[in-house]
Design a protein around this ligand. Structure first.
Ligand code: ADP
Length: 436
């Protein structure tokens, strides 16, 4: 029917031949009957009618039967039909291809153990896989409902409203008691969101076991340590103590003190992890806290002879748990003093920029190589363990600082240059600041 090799000029020629043949036929007939012009006009009308008929057939095919084979037309019309048909076939193939890719993607997402949920820019539920029904309890009728009405957890709502989604949020399952889920959101398109949720009960239980173990061991070690320290102190106080034992006993006392510090720090960390800090929205009078920190620093500085400075450039006070904040900030101050060679400088500063509050400690000490900085708040991480032990450190100080700050929605920033010194800054959000 259609010869793809024929050029458009060939089709025009074909049409022209057909017109000529019609004119000759009708004109000849008219001439024989004595009306040559009427014959020619009739020929033209027949040709016109043939064109209208082809146009109508083409219209009917495109409008009503686009999936059928195209009509068998002649001349230029056949070229037109051929090209429309070709485009139609390739579009149909592309569509089928796309549908099969989408079907495969959907089938693979449906086979996942993790819940996958699509949420549109109005926070409405758009699509979810079968795992989401199992883990999150979504039902068929939930399509188009607001996600925050379906996951009714303040932690999730807080996480959902964030600009940048970081690590995700851990939630207790509302479908099955005793199970825990990790939910992670990602933005895509025009503020649409995809949520992936998975069961982390095993991990949660292991983590809880670790916390309980550390807390129990530390607690159990407390009594024997107290007994040991008590006897050591008594023996060392004896006037008639054999001098051969004195050195050994005083070393034992020193180590017992170290162990005691370790146990106390471990217990404090466990308490911070397990229970958090209750009543952590008291108003902390910052000028008075700064002068208390400064006084403690001066006492601790007696052996080091550093020059100490304090600056208060803010009228804001802090909302928090005074005791925990004081101990965390004092930890930063003692670190600055002990990791600075004698005769250095240590400056404490409290200021705000209208958005956040900052407490910083700057020292002119040994500094820290950049590769250690991201790991400093890990438990027992020390840049130089020999030095830390010498100074009586437990390696838990900065881990405690990090936890206390986290409980106050704050974080720690560290900048340092080896041989020049370091600045440790606790950054508090505006919600934690109250004007004097
Ligand atoms: P430690 O009890 O050992 O001091 P921390 O958790 O307080 O434990 O600190 C971890 C490590 O960070 C320390 O061992 C030390 O190497 C490093 N560090 C902390 N503060 C400073 C500082 N101001 N200057 C240099 N190094 C520091």
């Amino acid at each position: 029917m259609i010869d793809s090799q024929t050029s458009l000029f060939g089709f025009v020629q074909e049409d022209f031949g057909r017109l000529l043949a019609l004119l000759l036929l009708c004109g000849g007939l008219g001439w024989l009957l004595g009306f040559p012009w009427s014959g020619i006009i009739l020929g033209l009308l027949v040709f016109l009618w043939l064109q209208w008929r082809a146009l109508y057939q083409l219209y009917r095919w495109i409008r009503f039967y686009p999936n059928d084979l195209p009509p068998d037309l002649k001349g230029v019309w056949s070229a037109l039909v051929y090209n429309i048909y070709r485009i139609q076939v390739s579009e149909r193939r592309a569509r089928e291809n796309l549908i099969s890719i989408m079907d495969r993607a959907r089938a693979s997402v449906s086979a996942l153990d993790e819940a996958v949920v699509l949420i549109d820019r109005q926070c409405l539920l758009e699509w979810w896989n079968p795992a989401a029904e199992r883990l999150l309890g979504f039902k068929a009728g939930d399509q188009g409902r607001n996600i925050l009405n379906l996951i009714r957890s303040p932690e999730f709502a807080r996480y959902f409203e964030q600009e940048q989604y970081g690590e995700g949020v851990k939630l207790a399952s509302w479908v099955q008691a005793g199970r825990f889920l990790q939910c992670e959101l990602t933005r895509f398109g025009q503020n649409d969101r995809i949520m992936v949720a998975y069961d982390i009960t095993r991990l949660h239980n292991l983590e809880q076991m670790r916390k309980d173990f550390v807390a129990n061991v530390s607690h159990e070690l407390r009594t024997p340590l107290t007994v040991l320290s008590g006897y050591l102190e008594t023996y060392l106080d004896l006037d008639d103590l054999n001098p051969r034992f004195r050195r050994g006993l005083s070393q034992m006392q020193q180590q017992a003190r170290r162990m005691n510090n370790l146990v106390n720090d471990l217990l404090l960390l466990s308490r911070l992890e397990n229970e958090g800090i209750r009543a952590n929205r008291q108003i902390i009078d910052m000028p008075s806290l700064m002068s208390q920190l400064f006084a403690d620093a001066e006492a601790y500085n007696a052996d080091f002879g550093h020059s100490l400075h304090v600056d208060i450039d803010s009228h804001s006070n802090l909302l928090g748990a005074e005791q925990e904040i004081a101990s965390a900030l004092s930890n930063l101050v003692t670190n600055a003093i002990k990791y600075t060679p004698k005769g250095g400088t240590v400056s404490l500063r409290w200021w705000d920029d209208g958005k956040q509050g900052y407490f910083s400690v700057t020292d002119s000490g040994i500094g820290i190589d950049a590769r250690h900085i991201p790991r400093l708040t890990e438990r027992f991480y020390r840049v130089d363990s020999g030095r830390s032990r010498e100074t009586g450190g437990t390696g838990l100080g900065l881990a405690i600082v990090k936890h206390v700050l986290m409980q106050h929605d704050a974080h720690l920033e560290i900048s340092s240059t080896v041989g020049k010194g370091s600045t440790f800054t606790a950054v508090f959000p505006a919600e934690r600041l109250v004007q004097d």
